[in-house]
Each structure stands twice: as C-alpha cells, then as structure tokens.
Design a protein around this ligand. Sequence first.
Ligand code: PCA
Length: 214
Amino acid sequence: MSLPKVLLTGFEPFGGEQTNPSWEAVELACERLSLPTTAVELPVSFADSALQLREAIATAQPDLVLCLGQAAGRAALTIERVALNLIDAPIPDNAQAQPIDEPVVAQGPAAYFAALPVKACVEASRAVGVPAAASLTAGTYVCNSTFYYLSHLIATEYPSLKGGFIHVPLSPKQGIDGGQATLDPSAVATALVAIVHTALRVDTDIASTGGQTH
Ligand code: PCA
C-alpha cells in the first residue's frame, strides 16, 4: 500500500512582521515527517492564496491538507472547527486588498465544519507536550478565507480529502517584548507531526470536552 500524501501550507509574513511562524513550523515539520509531504508558502492575499492552494492540491493530490496561519495573542495551537463564508478584513492584505463583508465563495454555504477529527488532533498535540485547544473562529481575514476555500474544495471537488486549519501563536523572536504569548515554531512542528498522523488515522472524532460557554 502506498503511503498517504500530505500537503502543509504556511503563510508569508504580513502586518509589518519579518517572519511568519506558520511557515517556519511547516518547513520544520516537512523535514521531520516520514511521509511524502509537500510544503507551500501561501501569499497573504485573498485572491492569490485561494488560487495557489487550488494549484497545490491539484499538483500534490494529497490525502490530507493542513493549512497553518499566525494568530497573534493566542497562547496555544488552535485547531479551527468552523470556516465562515465571510471576508471582513481589518487590515489590507499584502496585495492591498481590503474587502468588507464579502463572501469567500459567492453562493457558497454560510459555513463549513473542518474535515478533520479536531478534538483528536487537540489531544495529539497535548500528548507531545504542546498546548492546544479547539477554536470556534478563524477570524474574517485571509486565514479564514483560505480555510473556507479549502473546505469548499473538499465539499465540491475532493470528497475523500481530509483538511483543516491551525492557528499558531507568535514565535519567541516576534514576541520578544513580552507583551504577547509565544510558542517556538519547533514545538509547533512537533505537534504538527503528531497531528498529521492522528488526522490520517482517525475518521470519527473523539468525544472529549472542548466547547465554550461563550
Ligand atoms: N494569519 C492571518 C493571515 C495570514 C496569517 O498567517 C490570519 O489569521 O488571517
């Protein structure tokens, strides 16, 4: 039996940062995974991230796609449960586009759930010592739009593909002033390797608590 194929994506820097820990973690995880893995750095552009993701999936023909993005202020790896069909950009993207209240996909459903065993992935990260939680919002910026676009591709063109989105904290070098929580991209990569294996293996998610009262 051939090995499952994995596509990992991270983003280029944005918002005045010099680096993006999502891409740093993806590069490290790619070196460590013993599965055929493709790593792609996506542009922080509403238009181009979708196009490049579509192209990467068509080329790699993966069994699993995990897209990662930076989420300043978050203290743990957060595995996103819900992709919204809504763009409401608080800042322009790297191509200077700032859409307000537009759909990611015209006529698409309002939302998709991640095609991933989210709670099993949370547990897989915690089991290797990396803090993780399930998240109910990926925001309304480029990460959410990429996650929605991925989910739409899965729903409409790649029904057997597993895929989802993971937000990661700033790296220690970005948060050197101590004002925001940070996590080393190497630790993110450790979690990512465990999550890849779990996501490929688990079809029915575990029933651990992971919801929120508000
Ligand atoms: N984070 C942004 C876009 C790119 C990234 O790494 C977001 O959360 O939307």
